[in-house]
Design a protein around this ligand. Structure first.
Ligand code: G1P
Length: 287
C-alpha cells in the first residue's frame, strides 16, 4: 500500500456552522489564523504526499483560491520587507499540487469519493474529512500509512468516544490484534446508542484501495438517504482485511460549535503570541 494521492472531501454545505458558512466555505474558517483546510493540507504534506484532489461543490471556489499564488499580495509584502509574512503566503501555494473535482449533487460522502475515480485511477489513496482536525505528534495520516505499509491492507482512523456520542459517528467492531490496532469485522453509520456495537468511532482519515470505487458504484443510499462510505467499508471488510487504528493525538470537530471553540483554545494555549495571556484570561474567568 504505497499512497501517493490524497483526497479532501470539501463539498458539503456546512449546515452545522450556519450562518458563518453561508458565503465562506466552512473549511476556510480558521483555527487562530490558519484555515482548517490548510491544517489538513499541511498534515498531508507532512505525511509525504504532494498530490491532492479536492472534491468541492458550486460556490466553493474560494477553497482553490486559498491555495493559488497571490502575485500582488506577494509583491506588496516583498516591497515592504515583510519576509516572514511573504513566506506564510507563499507556503499556501507551494505545499502541494491541488486539483479539484466537482460533486454536483449532495448525495453523501460515499458519492463524493466516487467523483475522484478517474483522477485517482487504479491505486490506493487517502481520504480526509476536513471537519476533523487532528493534532498529533506524528501526523495522523502518516500513522495510518505506517500501518497500511506494514499490513499491506486498508486502514481507517479510530477514536474512543463517549457512549452518548456514538450516534454522531461511524461505529466499528472487531478484535484488537496489536496495541491500538483492530481488525474490522463490522461497522454501522450513526447507530442509535442501544444498537452501537462499541464506542470506537471512525474519524475522517481513511486509506483505501481502488476496489472501493466498484463497491460505491453499486451502493444503495444508507443512513440519512445518502451514499455512505461506512457502508462501502463494511463491504470491503467482508472481502478482505480492513484495519482500524486508534491514532495517537487529539481531534477537533470543526463542523461543530464546541469542537470549533475547543480547537481555538487548544491551539491558542500553545501559540507563542497568545498562550500566556489566554491562560491568564481563562484562569480569571474560571476562578
Ligand atoms: C462522517 C462519517 C462518519 C465519521 C465522521 C467522523 O460523518 O460519515 O462515519 O465517524 O465523519 O467525523 P459526518 O460527521 O460527516 O456526518
Amino acid at each position: 500500500m504505497k499512497i501517493k494521492k490524497a483526497v479532501i472531501l470539501a463539498a458539503g454545505f456546512g449546515t452545522r456552522m450556519l450562518p458563518a458558512s453561508k458565503v465562506v466555505p466552512k473549511e476556510l474558517l480558521p483555527v487562530l489564523d490558519t484555515p482548517a483546510i490548510q491544517l489538513v493540507v499541511e498534515e498531508i504534506a507532512a505525511s509525504g504526499i504532494s498530490d491532492i484532489i479536492m472534491v468541492i461543490s458550486r460556490g466553493k471556489g474560494a477553497l482553490l483560491d486559498h491555495f493559488a499564488p497571490a502575485p500582488e499580495l506577494e509583491r506588496f509584502l516583498a516591497q515592504r520587507g515583510k519576509h516572514e509574512l511573504l513566506e506564510v503566503v507563499r507556503k499556501t501555494s507551494t505545499m502541494a499540487r491541488i486539483a479539484a473535482v466537482e460533486q454536483r449533487e449532495a448525495l453523501g460522502i460515499g458519492h463524493a469519493v466516487l467523483q475522484v475515480k478517474e483522477a485517482v485511477g487504479n491505486e490506493p489513496f487517502a481520504v480526509l474529512l476536513p471537519d476533523d482536525i487532528c493534532d498529533c505528534p506524528r501526523p495522523c495520516l502518516r500513522q495510518l500509512m505506517d500501518v497500511a505499509e506494514e499490513r499491506e491492507a486498508p486502514v481507517v482512523a479510530l477514536m474512543r468516544v463517549a457512549r452518548a456520542e456514538v450516534s454522531k459517528y461511524g461505529i466499528v467492531e472487531g478484535p484488537q490484534i496489536a496495541p491500538r490496532l483492530y481488525r474490522m469485522t463490522g461497522m454501522v453509520e450513526k447507530p442509535p446508542v442501544e444498537q452501537a456495537p462499541s464506542e470506537m468511532a471512525i474519524i475522517g482519515r481513511y486509506l483505501l484501495p481502488p476496489e472501493i470505487f466498484a463497491i460505491l458504484e453499486r451502493a444503495r443510499p444508507g443512513h440519512g438517504g445518502e451514499i455512505q462510505l461506512t457502508d462501502a467499508l463494511l463491504e470491503l471488510a467482508r472481502r478482505g482485511d480492513l484495519y482500524g487504528y486508534e491514532f495517537v493525538g487529539a481531534r477537533y470537530d470543526m463542523g461543530d460549535r464546541l469542537g470549533f471553540l475547543t480547537a481555538q483554545i487548544a491551539y491558542g494555549l500553545r501559540h507563542p503570541q497568545t498562550a500566556d495571556k489566554l491562560r491568564s484570561y481563562l484562569k480569571s474567568i474560571l476562578s
